[in-house]
Design a protein around this ligand. Sequence first.
Ligand code: MN
Ligand code: MN
Length: 471
Amino acid sequence: MTFDWVIRNGQVVTAADIMRCDIGIRGGKIVALAAELPQAVQEIDATDRLVLPGGVDAHCHMDQPMGGGVVMADDFFTATRSALCGGTTTVIPFACQIKGESLKAAVADYHQRATGNALIDYAFHLIVSDPTPEVLDQELPALIQSGCTSFKVYMTYDDLKLNDRQLLDVLAVARQEQAFVMVHAENSDCIAWMVQRLEQLGKTAPRYHATARPMLVEREATHRAIALAELVDVPILLVHVSGAEAVEQIQWAQNRGLRIYGETCPQYLFLTAEDLARPGFEGAKCICSPPPRDKANQQVIWDGLINGVFQVFASDHAPFRYADPQGKQVGGAGSFQHIPNGIPGIETRLALLFSEGVNKGRIDLNTFVALTATNPAKLYGLYPRKGTIAIGADADLVLWDAQKLTTITNASLHHNVDYTPYEGMKLQGYPETIFSRGELVYDQGKISAERGRGQFLPCERSGFARPKVQQ
Ligand code: MN
Ligand code: MN
C-alpha cells in the first residue's frame, strides 16, 4: 500500500482519544492510522506537534446579502482564507431567504457566490424568514433533500424574525423532514421598546446597544423557543448563548430530558459590555447580538463548555468594516441601532479557545476537538466525513504547535475586515501546517490552496433530528 502522504510521529487527538501514531493519506482520505507506516510519496514530521481534525465552524457569515446598502466585508474567498489560516477546514455559512422571495432562489444565488471562490469545503444552513405555504410544503423539503438539512430562525430583527405561529410551522417541517433547527433567541418587542426609549433620552452611543438588549430578553426568548420545540417535539440548538440567564433555561430544559442544545462563541468568553464603551466610537467594533455581558457571565460560559451545556463553539463571524462608508463607524454614527451587528472571528476562534481553554487547564484536548470540530460535524450531518481523524474520513488535518506564542494583530489576519476585537491579545498555541482533503493547503504562514478548490458538502439528515424512540 502506498500513500500520497504520511504524517509521522504526531500526537493525534480526536474527541475520544489521544494516540501517538502515523497517519497515511491516499486519494484525499485517511486510509491508515498506525505506528511506523511505510515510506510515502511525501512525508511530514509531526514530532512535538498535535494533529487535530480540521476545525468545523458551524456558525459564520460571509457574502450574505444584507439590506440597506450594507455589504459584508468578506466574500467566500477572503472568509475561507481567514478560516483556513486559523485551522478551520469546513465552514457552514447561511443561505438567507429575503422576505417576499424564494428560499430556493437564495440557495441558488449563494451557490454562485461560493463556487470558484472557496479555499476549503463548505455546507449551507438555510435562514427561513418568510415561511409561506410554498416554502414550507415545497421548497424546504426539496432543499433538505439536496443537502441543506439545517436552518436558522430568528426571533428578532425586523427583516428576519418569525412570530410564534410561524416558528411552530417551521419546527413542524423540521420534525417531518428530520432537519435541524438553530434559533436566534431575543425578544424583539422588548428590544424595540428599549431602543425607542434610549433614543428619546439621547442615549445613542455604541454602549447602549448592550443596554437595549439585557439578558432577560435573551432568557425570555430562549424559554419560549424551548417551549415551542417541546410542543412540536423536535430538537433545537440555541445559538450564540451569552450568559447565565439563557444558560439556566437550557440547563433546565436539558434536565427535563428535552433535546435542547447550545452553542457559544469567543465574544462571550473574551469581551464584556465594557468593550462597547471603548473611547470614541470604537465600541462599535464589539457590537454583536446578543451583546457580550460581564466577567461573571464569562465564567458561566466557561462552565457551560466544561460541563456539557454547550455542544458547539462557533465564531459567528459577521464581517463588517469599521471605517468604510457603510461600515460600523459612519453607518452607525446616528445611533447604535444603525451599526451593523456582528464581529469578525473566523480565524481567531480555535487559537483563543486553545490558549485560554486547553493551555490554561480549563478544558482537555478531547473537549476542545469535540466543541470545535466533531460535535458540529455530527449535529449538521457531516460526520464522519468531517470532524474527526478516522479511517475513511477526509484528510482535513491541522498540525498544531501547542507552545507557539503569538500576539493577535489585525495585520496578521487574513479576513477583509479592518479590525479585530482581540487586537493585542497574547496567545499560546497556533496552527502550523494544514491539510484539506489530503492536500497541503497551508504551511507556516504560506497558503498554497487554490481559489475555488473548496467543495460544497451536501449534509445528511442530522442524527440528532431523528424521531425519539417510543417506549
Ligand atoms: Mn444570530
Ligand atoms: Mn450569526
